[in-house]
Ligand binder design. Structure first.
Ligand SMILES: [Zn+2]
Length: 99
């Protein structure tokens, strides 16, 4: 559980809103490690009714930001990062390399 407000704000940059005819989709960037090169893809992680209001969308966004399955914070540089891009549970790639 992540409860630092400033960091939660920063996670928003990784969340994409897409309105379709039937729903509002919230997607996050994920990294697909299958294959030779890691590939950036988008995964729909939350569907809201197409007529969801601002508060409902906001609540869903905050919910996602607090989900450590999707986002992480590096223990050393304190940078917000996608969980899928982390070196491990605690370190981002660049900090892991400089260790
Ligand atoms: Zn780091």
């Amino acid at each position: 559980m992540i409860d630092n407000k400033e960091l939660l704000e920063q996670f928003r940059q990784f969340i994409w809103q897409n309105k379709t005819a039937n729903a509002i989709e919230l997607s996050i960037e994920t990294v697909d490690w299958n294959g030779s090169e890691p590939r950036l893809t988008y995964q729909v992680v939350k569907m809201l009714p197409h007529d969801a209001n601002e508060q409902q969308i906001e609540a869903a966004m905050q919910d996602l930001c607090a989900n450590s399955n999707y986002f992480a914070i590096c223990a050393i540089c304190k940078k917000p990062e996608l969980a899928g891009r982390m070196y491990d549970e605690y370190l981002c790639q660049s900090c892991a390399k400089s260790q």
